[in-house]
Design a protein around this ligand. Structure first.
Ligand SMILES: NC(=O)c1ccc[n+]([C@@H]2O[C@H](COP(=O)([O-])OP(=O)(O)OC[C@H]3O[C@@H](n4cnc5c(N)ncnc54)[C@H](O)[C@@H]3O)[C@@H](O)[C@H]2O)c1
Length: 304
């Protein structure tokens, strides 16, 4: 057998706050491949996530195929909009959800990883986070602040993470993120400048792959996932329509599962993918390859 074997590797998955999103499925796939998994969680969602875990509400989702339970080596607070505490606005540092957490910035995350595990603590960094406060607004109505906030949380966060975590990665390391096809085709309803942020993320993936490859031997890729009804995606307001439309019109006429994104992530970040870098890899049942809709989603033509 040709195994995806990540035994002895440490992964950081940034953007896990429940068991509904891609981040959870990705963390689980890495754990199934034998990696030690740390996660980083947005401070406003951290307490709820810790409570769900403590009260056993996520135990069903924590079940691993071998009968063991998914465990995280560490759960770090992270607001990926902030690079260091000095440049973080006082109202955030003083906010009740943030002030007891220590350094929740990307610099703080890097420092905690070094304090907990030593100088080169990481093999894999997975960026599974995005935020667009005006995502429901069409681009024609998006404010400058909303557009820049989407870019900051959803695109520059990756650049900053590679800048700060790249030096902590062991040789053969891999970085990966999640993008969406709205970066290259117009998807009505995916607003707020999020389409622009995803275009930045994909372009940055190519440039970071070159720079981080030459500097640290680290690979950088992004997975372009099909629509999936996570918590963040539900905020768009039309995610169910997007999921049904894609399932009805894809070469593989079925809904995408988070696990399919997780297993691709495990492969892409494993030594089996050692020659893949700078790529946008579609995990969308082939929808990106279509040039014409087959049919609108209707009740009698429901996806399998
Ligand atoms: N769900 C989809 O249809 C879809 C499709 C393609 C790509 N994606 C991408 O997948 C990634 C994961 O999203 P998801 O759909 O699994 O939803 P999700 O809600 O599970 O994940 C988004 C995470 O980002 C976190 N987050 C938001 N702002 C943050 C910040 N400033 N700092 C740190 N964390 C922050 C949230 O707390 C949440 O945990 C995102 O990049 C998203 O754009 C999603």
């Amino acid at each position: 057998m040709l195994p995806i074997d990540l035994t002895g590797k440490r992964v950081l998955v940034a953007g896990v706050a429940d068991d509904n999103g891609f981040g959870w499925a990705i963390a689980k796939a890495f754990a199934e491949a034998g990696a030690n998994v740390c996660v980083a969680t947005w401070p406003p969602a951290l307490n709820i996530f810790l409570n769900l875990l403590e009260r056993g509400k996520l135990d069903d989702s924590r079940q691993m195929p071998d009968g063991s339970m998914l465990t995280f080596e560490r759960i770090y607070p992270l607001d990926a909009v902030y690079d260091n505490l000095e440049s973080t606005p006082a109202d955030i540092r003083e906010n009740k959800r943030y002030k007891e957490l220590g350094d929740f910035t990307i610099d703080g995350l890097a420092a905690r990883l070094v304090a907990d595990f030593g100088e080169q603590p990481l093999d894999i960094v997975f960026h599974s986070l995005a935020n667009g406060p005006e995502v429901k607004k069409p681009l024609l109505e998006v404010s400058r602040a909303g557009y820049l906030a989407a870019s900051s949380a959803s695109a520059y966060s990756l650049v900053s993470m590679v800048q700060r975590l790249g030096p902590l990665m062991r040789p053969g390391g891999a970085v990966c993120s999640l993008t969406y096809m709205a970066s290259e085709r117009a998807i009505p309803g995916y607003g707020g400048g999020m389409s622009s942020a995803k275009a930045q993320l994909e372009s940055d993936t190519r440039v970071l792959a070159f720079e981080a490859g030459r500097k640290w031997g680290v690979r950088v890729n992004t997975i372009s996932a099909g629509p999936y009804a996570s918590r963040a995606a539900s905020a768009i307001g039309i995610i169910d329509t997007m999921v049904k439309y894609c399932a009805a019109n894809s070469p593989l006429p079925e809904e995408l599962s988070a696990r399919e994104v997780g297993t691709t992530a495990a492969f892409l970040c494993s030594p089996l993918a050692s020659a893949i870098t700078g790529s946008t890899v579609y995990v969308d049942k082939g929808y990106h390859s279509m040039g014409m809709a087959v049919a609108p989603p209707t009740e009698d033509r429901a996806p399998r």
